[in-house]
Design a protein around this ligand. Sequence first.
Ligand code: NI
Length: 258
Amino acid sequence: MHTLTRTVRFAVGSGSDARGVNGFAGNPHVRGLDRHYELQVSCRGSVDPVTGYLIDIKAIDRAVRDRVVPLFDHAVTTNTSPAALLSQTTDTLRSLPAPLLAVRLFITPYHSIEMAAMDPTTVLLRQRFDFSAAHRLHSPSLSDDENRSLYGKCNNPRGHGHNYVVEPAVRCTPDTLSLADLEAITDRVIIQPFDHKHLNEDTNEFNVAKGGVLPSVENIAQVFFSRLAPALAQHPSKPTLERITVWETDRTCATYPS
Ligand code: NI
């Protein structure tokens, strides 16, 4: 089986007649203060032995621009929730010439809502956060030479800093967990306890001498998951934290559980 994901960007607000030629930036293109969205459409199935395609991406582009953009045009002028709009979008894209796997709508570059074609009764919310912290990688199980050799600059005695980005992925029933609540809970159990801290020295979770774990990006993702999952479970809507991704730099991230 193969999965193919196509990203389609488009603007909403001026009517879907604002067709452009720059699909990379968005088509229909932005006019004035239009809203700009990004939709990721994933299909799963077998590859055609003649064409080598799972699906012709032009079919996805056409379906989004001809049939989904008008749904958005209507939704932004009414009181439609993102989850309800995503449900309409998923239903519309079921007629694609390949089995629809999931649709993910980026409402902003940092916030998205995803619906699986097989389970339209739940959505997966993601929102990015940032925090800054210092850490040092130094394993007590290794000699000083081995630590220097393994961790290099990350073993410098006084530590060093990162601007981390954190993205929880939370499964919930549509329209039951507000972004405000997700932000408040994440801020309370992850951002506030760790932002502008020296992870090894200021927090028990990453202080090896106090039973903590090394503050590698892998361990940071796991520790954050173990803090956020039970906090979210106390919300009245009973959302489930599926996974959490932490970026240490824009080139390195870890997801737990994978
Ligand atoms: Ni580092």
